[in-house]
Design a protein around this ligand. Structure first.
Ligand code: SF4
Ligand code: SF4
Length: 66
């Protein structure tokens, strides 16, 4: 059996993110949080639905291998 493809999750580019907060309510499982150290995506909670990717006005979110 071939190995399962890697799980894809959202990751934030901290240099690009201006912490506008727009993506937070767009995440169905609430995997995105604003912390003292900037935006954080909880890798365990992210389902890879990509709903947060396109709406980010500065393109700070991208899908990566988990
Ligand atoms: S929408 Fe983009 S810029 Fe705004 S908080 Fe989310 S990742 Fe950062
Ligand atoms: S890919 Fe989906 S589940 Fe993951 S952080 Fe973005 S909106 Fe949330």
């Amino acid at each position: 059996m071939p190995p399962a493809p890697p799980r894809r999750i959202a990751a934030v580019d901290h240099d690009a993110c201006d912490e506008c907060g727009l993506c937070l309510p767009l995440c169905p499982p609430a995997a995105i949080r604003l912390t003292r150290r900037g935006l954080a995506v909880d890798a365990k909670t992210c389902t890879g639905c990509v709903k947060c990717i396109a709406p980010c006005p500065v393109g700070a979110l991208a899908m990566v291998d988990a």
